[in-house]
Design a protein around this ligand. Structure first.
Ligand code: NAI
Ligand code: UGA
Length: 462
């Protein structure tokens, strides 16, 4: 099938590359000229495990190409994916300017070129209920007719960053929102090879498909937030959230996934999508109270370690204190730092005068760009370390903010010996509490008992 993908970010680039891997002919379009130049020269512009192999193959075998020219991609396409940003507007609603702007451009091009034939236009971006209708209107404004010249399908994407290729190639389900039989059939044909293991393609109306995406992300964000509140309570009553997680996760009605407490969820989607759904409800005169609570709790959760750090280091003023940070990305296996809890922690520490030294295996460049865009404020400073060990070296305290695998089994004796004080604040519960105390650390995590470093002398080998 001939496919156009408009927008080559995380979703567009992964989706376009995977469609090409499945034998389709794919042209990806982006307005960012430097991004397109890089992609054309064979450089993958995001860090996403497994993407490069398919990307290289797609280019080598001429199934995957990139352009800044929408017309070039649109002309041969049977299906046109809109994988455009839908960032939060000031009031929290999803900003549809990119999606509707491109819909308008497509309408213009299709009206001027009637010989290009019927196209299926697909909303791949996460968009509020009613957007498919607005896309239809934007295209029809150019004298075209839905059902005849084009159809619009809502096809929300459920991939997770870090495992995006795997998620795209083997989705647990594909949701196709359309009332058009013709468009539904084309979409089903396109996705059949991706669900050969028997996972369902669920066809429904556009509005339900749009709502499905927000409901999924909001429920997952709620699940995490619920566990974070349980963890906060565990801290107060002396219970261990890891044990509670295992205790409840074995109940198939609850499920064992997404029950990991930590310093809050981040990323480009959960925060904005929960906010947007809350906004949609409000526009309908309905106050979705649970969603507001999820947002509020999550905001607080990101800084839950800060008072513990200041208490351990002698007060609010952290001038002269060095703090190591392990992890900058909002989750492991990505360079994405949008809404990353690590960034919030760093802002708080720098505001209090700390010298922060941070390490992340993939997210230093994206962090530098984020702090260039919105600079850190305060008397402290941020420097980047070459390795996890370097970030811990000379530190008065170490904060684990992202659970990259390499942080799970480091040489902890080496870490302790290099630190000024053996203080570890683990925002992702990667270490065993008792073991850390045995190794000579004073260790604090989320919802699990804390132990003073008592049993091992500093500098001794455990
Ligand atoms: N990042 C993720 O893991 C997921 C994102 N989504 C949704 O997918 C949508 C896209 O998200 P991301 O890929 O993360 O965004 P992104 O910001 O990484 O990429 C968007 C791309 O669109 C390009 N663009 C903007 N205006 C354009 C125009 N007029 N013509 C052509 N290209 C244009 C930008 O230059 C950028 O490369 C959002 O609605 C998001 O909520 C859904 C599931 C997963
Ligand atoms: O709409 C989207 O963009 C995507 O949002 C999430 O994917 P993603 O944001 O890439 O990452 P997740 O693995 O869901 O993690 C999100 C955040 O929740 C946190 N999290 C996750 C799981 C958990 O148990 N605890 C927890 O704190 C992670 O650290 C991270 O900060 C969803 O999982 C995807 O299905 C969806 O497509």
């Amino acid at each position: 099938m001939n496919i156009a993908v408009v927008g080559t970010g995380y979703v567009g680039l992964v989706g376009g590359t995977c469609f090409a891997e499945m034998g389709n002919q794919v042209i990806c379009v982006d307005i960012d000229e430097s991004k397109v130049a890089k992609l054309q020269s064979g450089t993958v512009t995001i860090y996403e495990p497994g993407l490069e192999v398919y990307f290289d193959r797609g280019i080598r075998e001429n199934r995957l190409s990139f352009t800044t020219d929408l017309a070039e991609a649109l002309e041969p396409a049977d299906v046109v994916f809109l994988a455009l940003p839908t960032p939060p507007a000031e009031d929290g609603s999803a900003d549809l300017q990119y999606v509707l702007g491109v819909a308008d451009d497509i309408g213009k091009l299709l009206a001027a070129n009637p010989d290009w034939g019927y196209k299926v236009l697909v909303d791949k971006s996460t968009v509020p209920v009613g957007t498919a209708r607005r896309v239809i209107e934007a295209v029809e404004a150019h004298g075209l007719k839905a059902g005849e010249h084009f159809d619009v399908v809502s096809n929300p994407e459920f991939l997770r960053e870090g495992v995006a290729v795997e998620d795209f190639m083997k989705p647990e389900r594909v949701v196709i929102g359309t009332d058009s039989e013709r468009a539904g059939e084309i979409m089903t044909r396109l996705y059949e090879p991706f669900v050969r293991s028997g996972n369902p393609i669920i066809v429904m109306d556009e509005e339900s498909a749009e709502m499905t995406k927000y409901a999924a992300n909001s429920l997952l964000a709620t699940k995490i937030t619920f566990m974070n509140e349980i963890a906060n309570l565990c801290d107060l009553v002396g219970a261990d959230v890891d044990k509670v997680r295992r205790g409840i996760g074995t109940d198939s009605r609850i499920g064992s996934k997404f029950l990991y407490a930590g310093i809050g969820f981040g990323g480009s989607c959960f925060p904005k999508d929960v906010q947007a759904l809350h906004r949609t409800a409000r526009e309908e005169g309905y106050e979705f109270r649970m969603l507001q609570a999820v947002l509020d709790v999550n905001d607080d959760q990101k800084t839950v370690l800060v008072p513990r750090i200041t208490a351990a280091l002698g007060g609010e003023d952290l001038t002269g204190k060095t703090i190591g940070i392990w992890g900058l990305a909002f989750k492991p296996h990505t360079d994405d730092v949008r809404e990353a809890p690590a960034h919030v922690v760093i802002r708080e520490l720098v505001a209090r005068g700390a010298s922060v030294q941070a390490f992340d295996p993939e997210a230093v460049e994206t962090t530098q760009a984020a702090f260039e865009h919105t600079p850190l404020e305060g008397p402290g400073s941020l420097t980047y370390s070459e390795s996890a060990y370097a970030a811990a070296s000379g530190a008065d305290a170490l904060v684990v903010a992202t659970e990259w695998p390499e942080f799970r089994r480091p040489d902890l004796d080496r870490v302790r010996e290099s630190m000024k004080q053996p203080l570890v604040f683990d925002g992702r519960n990667v270490f065993d509490s008792k073991r850390m105390a045995e190794l000579g650390f004073t260790y604090s995590s989320i919802g699990r008992p804390s132990y003073e470093a008592a049993t091992v002398e500093r500098g001794a080998t455990a």
